[in-house]
Design a protein around this ligand. Structure first.
Ligand SMILES: [Fe+2]
Ligand SMILES: [Fe+2]
Length: 448
């Protein structure tokens, strides 16, 4: 089944909205706003393709500072990021923001320490934005997008008057793609929160500070048309932005590109928490070892590796306050954790050719005996791919560091998993993993 670049990137942009705590479709709406602006600006035709992709991927580095936000502010990273974008520069507002987002759920002493730390640590915002921008640009390069797309992502938080981050670039030094994207982002965030008038006011207010006055003036013209705002509210944004898509976006993507995109999004997921660092990649590797043992075809193995890379994509929608918690989750937190398979399914099922991957994402925490989550499915409903990924997933979870315990040696992990063979895990898949690891263990030991 074929898949186009536009369909793939458009669908995956929903995963980025989740991580930013934005209303669903934020990246698509930014694409619509930015590309509409480009038409009014007579933006060079040969750069519009880059602008289109940059607008959809502007937040691709976003997950990489989530854990740090939580650590520093003891706050929910998703709410923090959402509200941070509606912040203007007045001191009372900034102070109110810091107080209201620092450690809402933490004890008073922790909250106090976090506040002191925030005020004394200096360049925290700088560090957060730098990480996000640099990681984002790196991931875009990894997905083989142009240098213009990568630089656009890198410059997203730079301001026209030089007050932005991370480099304090000024005026024309800032990537023109980033200038349009920042304006589109502010317009969408304020429009979604408070309507068209608020968006227009905010863009005008930041003209000459955040935005080139000429660009803000073009936005004022675009925003004078009621049809523009009506379009932004329409439910079919995915098809509305199609007319802006560059010609290569409608071509069927190559298998190699799909692999690169799956690997890049695995990094976005894994970068969210220090405890999941490398998890998706390792699950893909363990799944491939099992598949090789089971004699699956090369094509099947390639598909399975993508399933491993993307199985936890729904975790982008779960706060780090929960993912990194050192202790037992309470009922609400547990409910949030249990939502990640469903969120992953929703993201991946937007891509027709990823229907099988969506099934794996939805059911990788189910068990053969029906005691898994979120649906409590039983053996008959769990296909081979899901069974392989769930063995690989639990094995990696046990043998990697967790917030509440250190990594376990392989033997101990197996002795725990042994108890659940036939109940949680498929015996054939489990044996295959054991055989595969027994074969590589001497190599691992020799290398150690
Ligand atoms: Fe998971
Ligand atoms: Fe996982």
């Amino acid at each position: 089944m074929s898949i186009s670049k536009a369909e793939l990137i458009g669908a995956l942009s929903y995963a980025l909205d989740l991580t930013e705590g934005q209303a669903e479709g934020h990246a698509l709406r930014c694409c619509f706003i930015g590309m509409t602006m480009a038409e009014h600006l007579s933006f060079p035709q040969d750069q519009r393709g880059d602008l289109y992709y940059m607008l959809l991927l502007k937040d691709i580095g976003c997950s990489s500072n989530a854990a740090r936000i939580c650590q520093l502010f003891l706050a929910d990273d998703l709410t923090f990021k959402r509200d941070f974008k509606t912040l203007n520069e007045s001191l009372p507002q900034v102070l109110h923001f810091v107080f209201s987002h620092t450690g809402l759920k933490a004890g008073l002493a922790e909250r106090f320490r976090a506040l002191v730390h925030n005020f004394t640590a200096g360049n925290i915002t700088h560090e957060l934005i730098e990480t996000r921008c640099q990681r984002g640009a790196e991931i875009a390069r990894q997905m083989r997008f142009s240098e213009a797309v990568a630089t656009g992502i890198l410059d997203l938080d730079e301001h026209w008057n030089g007050s932005g981050l991370p480099l304090g670039r000024k005026g024309a030094e800032i990537s023109p793609l980033a200038q349009i994207a920042l304006l589109a982002q502010v317009a969408d965030v304020f429009h979604t929160a408070s309507g068209p008038a608020a968006a227009r006011r905010e863009i005008a207010r930041r003209s000459g500070k955040w935005f080139d006055p000429a660009l803000a003036a073009v936005f004022a013209t675009v925003a004078a048309d009621p049809a523009f705002w009506a379009a932004l509210k329409a439910p079919d944004m995915e098809s509305r932005i199609k007319r802006f898509a560059p010609s290569d976006a409608t071509e069927t993507v190559e298998e190699d590109f799909l692999d690169a995109v799956a690997a890049a999004f695995a990094e976005v997921v894994d970068a969210k928490s220090p405890f999941t660092s490398g998890h998706s990649k390792r699950v893909a590797l363990f799944a491939d070892l099992i598949a090789e043992e089971l004699g699956l075809s090369d094509e099947h193995r390639r598909h399975l590796k993508r399933a491993g890379l993307l199985h936890d994509i729904g975790k982008l929608g779960v706060s780090n306050q929960i993912l990194d918690k050192n202790g037992k989750p309470d009922d609400d937190e547990w409910a949030a954790i249990k939502s990640h398979p469903g969120l992953g399914e929703r993201i991946l099922s937007r891509i027709t050719a990823f229907a099988d991957l969506a099934v794996v994402a939805a059911s990788h925490h189910e068990r053969l005996d029906g005691r898994g989550y979120p649906r409590g499915l039983t053996a008959e409903a769990l296909g081979l791919d899901t069974r392989i990924i769930s063995v690989a997933d639990v094995f990696d979870a046990l043998t990697a560091d967790r917030p509440y315990r250190p990594a376990m040696p392989i033997d101990k992990a197996f002795s725990i998993m042994d108890r659940d063979v036939g109940l949680a895990f498929d015996p054939d898949c489990y044996d295959a993993l054991k055989r595969a690891l027994a074969r590589v263990e001497p190599v691992l030991k020799a290398a150690a």
